[in-house]
Ligand binder design. Structure first.
Ligand code: ZN
Length: 62
């Protein structure tokens, strides 16, 4: 059984502030243009789940 050194630094008390997701601007929802037909005519927009933060509204990479 190998002994592994795991240096775990004590985390600071202040957690990092959540950074707002940029595509959805923190709302967790993004508006996607709805297109129909072969000419892909835009008929409007609908709200969809932000794929960057998956609806949490915070940047997962921050
Ligand atoms: Zn987002």
């Amino acid at each position: 059984m190998a002994t592994r050194r795991t240096t775990t630094k004590p985390s600071k008390n202040t957690p990092p502030a959540p950074v707002a997701c940029s595509p959805c601007d923190g709302s967790g929802m993004v508006s996607a243009t709805v297109r129909v037909g072969r000419k892909r005519r835009p008929v409007g927009q609908q709200d969809g789940l932000c794929l960057n933060c998956l609806g949490s509204g915070t940047n997962p990479d921050a």
